[in-house]
Design a protein around this ligand. Sequence first.
Ligand code: CA
Length: 486
Amino acid sequence: MRALAGLWVLGLFAWGHCFVEEQDGTLHPRAGLTPEPRSPATSQPHLIFILADDQGFRDVGYHGSEIRTPTLDRLAAEGVKLENYYVQPICTPSRSQFITGKYQIHTGLQHSVIRPTQPNCLPLDDATLPQKLKEAGYATHMVGKWHLGFYRTECLPTRRGFDSFFGSLLGSGDYYTHYKCDSPGVCGYDLHENDRAAWGHGGGAYSTQMYTQRVQRILASHDPGKPLFLYIAYQAVHSPLQAPGRYLEHYTSIANARRRRYAAMLSCLDEAVANVTLALKAHGFYDNSVIVYSSDNGGQPAAGGSNWPLRGRKGTYWEGGVRAVGFVHSPLLRRRGTVCRELVHITDWYPTLLALAAGRPDEGARLDGYDVWEALSEGQRSPRVDILHNIDPVYARAAHGSWAAGHGIWDTAVQSAIRVRHWKLLTGNPGAGDWVPPQAFSSLGPSRWHTAVNAGRSPPGATLQAAALSVHVQSRPACVRVTGTP
Ligand SMILES: [Ca+2]
């Protein structure tokens, strides 16, 4: 199929996480911008959703990170920091929930990510957020990582509501060549423009900068008098750990090589967000815009991320896997410079953004998200009091019986997690439950922290509060109190 034009099997593709010295980082808005004649301002706000990949809870300056993120810090400080904000533990589930407003048990995506060779995609009968925003009169553009399936043309971003798409259909490809290897010998070019492979970009453009330049072009060519939805799903800071050289120079003091590269990637991402914001201002969008920033899951310590003081990591249902960095920045917020400690989940963006756009969900859509705008903008209570993190598998076979006989029987061996007010229940295997102190891992690997945490004990320095944020009950379901934010 056409979407797969850039994906082929290579015998021995020379794959490597090479580091190229500084790329052409022409990120700043062009001098002498001459705005086109503009239509009267739209009453519908421009909606800018920026999704980072695998950014850990601690990996932002205002959570105490040693990594400098001045842009994220400033935008968050001037907006609303979300300090009780949840996503899903891995890529596809979070992205599916953002774009449908539904838990993944309701889209058949509760198991894992969509693999490159897997004939699966976001269900075609769920109206996506960009589809609904188009109905409300929005132009819709996506730049970055899709990861919601592409085995049929109907699954592609441009068939799921986006006027244009520039990015990767998978994830974790090379930041410069844009090739992706799923397994030895199964590699392909994964940079696409609309429905086709975007040949000609393999010459070394670093994806964070390349995507930002595309965003700048979209903003330069769009009339701010017409409402715009821009979904920017950066590849950063997911592995492979690649960063332009000049960002690495800021972190020579970090001994751990993985953390140092990760820090450089995050600094580049921070600069990219600065340049997106500058472009919004330069082209007349900013005053009527809502910018949402979110990570898609917890950080992966083995790949440089940090979730300290939260327990667990990417791919787990511990707090470190699902509690995310997130904030809203907008001149339209009633109360700015605040911290929201109300419960907010990634499914909430669908109804929240759609309501801001004066759109409405499909009749009978049965969304799992809530419109949380009043909680964000006015400091009111969130309508959300619980989150179903997941149930996998959804159905269980009865002991010595059939699937049908198992219907309605709750099996505590099933991997599941639910949060209700200040309590969280985990059953089955929620994933690796270690605490990884900042910088505790050496460049040789993660072995240094395993002995301290595998017994389920809090390491020295971990707060009781952090320890209480996730307690795993494997054989006897029980609840634990979530004591608050660190
Ligand atoms: Ca991710």
